[in-house]
Design a protein around this ligand. Structure first.
Ligand code: NIG
Ligand code: FE
Length: 408
């Protein structure tokens, strides 16, 4: 993450007073405090329940929660793919559309041709929308350029938007998103390009934190994914992966082998895959928005994962093809209705566990003294009302690093 200092409010201390209901979660579960206040100093939480400040904000008895941590998004694309949505409404599946030339590769030309400035404008307006729905940290992947040059450009776009927008973006390199057309008959050469050219260049550029691969039938095999993730590790790019989204390809086991920060999707994960995640202490980031947006009914087995001892985060997977959803509150609704998660679990997974999936749980994801002052002031007074409001998100203000990033 770049340029954190400029995002922090050094001038004043601020007191959020008259909070009717404060909700936060950490590894131990959910905690709630009634009738309290939060003191913010230098962009961080200085005290809870006491303190004086230069600047006072009256929360009028409403609820304050931590800001959402969306640990899986693909926001760097140029063209939308609404025609694929129409094709799905007509009965075609995501896999069929991709096999017919749609899917990820149909975004490649747009990203390659677009200027950095054009992409910055698009990504920045997408970030505005994330903030308005309470997201205060967002992981953001490259992966629609699929040449060294356009992947580096995508990461530069993330860095530039991160600098200009109040929220924090965590950049991920995803050259292993799909095989570009020019390599469709020469897959090994594309893996070589990723490992020998892209990864060293990405490391040299110094923006990306993570290295992600789409380990899936029709995309990258377990062996290919392993090569890419191990090559990244040599350059200190932390591994994470898209695992067992549509079919079980033993990707969960690979997540354990490479020590991934998180295995994501897991709609088709097997019992053995669940065991591998649990035994190796690998987190699962579940993306129920994708299942929903693709019109599928095979939601990830969240309950089984949780019962096996796997820590589950929730994220949007925002992208132009399989999930055009940016709202973490709506993801909470889906988690409660389709993943069998309780409201408290959904909240914890959308905040604290999201932070854990990015290795940032010491800094963000909960309201605790010393952490970044990232919160949502709701027009609501109960946690239940977040999923209950489904598609409208009554948010009065979003605070990032102690400053108002949205609302008043
Ligand atoms: O997470 N699974 C791989 N990538 C995206 C889909 C991206 C796209 O269709 O553009 C996903 O679902
Ligand atoms: Fe994804």
């Amino acid at each position: 993450m770049v340029n954190q200092q400029s995002k922090i409010n050094h001038q004043k201390s601020t007191l959020l007073k008259n909070i009717g209901y404060l909700v936060t979660a950490n590894a131990d579960g959910i905690q709630t405090v009634e009738n309290t206040s939060i003191l913010i100093e230098n962009g961080r939480i200085a005290a809870i329940g006491e303190g004086n400040a230069d600047h006072i904000i009256d929360c009028c008895g409403k609820m304050v929660t931590a800001g959402f941590v969306d640990a899986h998004t693909h926001p760097v694309f140029f063209n939308k793919r609404d025609e694929e949505y129409a094709m799905r409404l007509g009965g075609a599946s995501y896999e069929e559309i991709a096999a017919a030339g749609g899917g990820i590769v149909s975004c490649v030309e747009g990203v390659r041709k677009a200027s950095k400035e054009e992409l910055i404008e698009k990504v920045s307006s997408r970030i505005d929308r994330f903030i308005s729905m309470g997201t205060t940290t967002v992981e953001a992947k490259s992966g629609y350029g699929l040449t060294t040059e356009s992947e580096l450009k995508s990461l530069e776009v993330i860095e530039a938007v991160n600098r200009s927008q109040p929220i924090d973006m965590v950049p991920t390199f995803m050259g292993g998103h799909a095989f570009p057309k020019e390599y469709s008959n020469n897959q090994d050469a594309y893996i070589d390009l990723i490992c020998n050219d892209m990864i060293p260049a990405v490391a040299e550029q110094g923006i990306a934190v993570f290295n992600d691969v789409f380990c899936e039938k029709g995309y990258f095999t377990v062996e290919q994914s392993n090569r890419i993730l191990e090559a990244g590790k040599k350059y200190e790019l932390k591994p994470r992966l898209h695992a067992d989204e549509f079919v079980d390809s033993n990707a969960a086991k690979l997540a354990g082998k490479v020590g991934a920060f998180s295995a994501d999707h897991l709609m088709a994960v097997s019992e053995n895959g669940i065991k591998a995640l649990a035994e190796n202490n690998i987190m699962a980031t579940l993306l129920p928005g994708t299942t929903f947006f693709l019109g599928k009914s095979s939601y990830a087995p969240a309950r089984k994962l949780i019962d096996a001892g796997v820590t589950v985060a929730l994220a949007t997977d925002f992208n132009p093809g399989s999930c055009h959803i940016q709202s973490m509150p709506f993801i909470m609704t889906l988690a409660c209705m389709h993943l069998g998660m309780t409201i408290e679990e959904a909240y914890q997974s959308a905040t604290y566990h999201g932070a854990e999936a990015l290795g940032l749980a010491d800094e963000i994801g909960s309201i605790e003294v010393g952490k970044k002052a990232d919160f949502i002031l709701w027009e609501l007074d109960s946690l239940l009302d977040i999923p209950y409001y489904v598609s409208n998100h009554p948010i009065r203000a979003v605070f990032k690093n102690g400053k108002i990033a949205f609302g008043a």
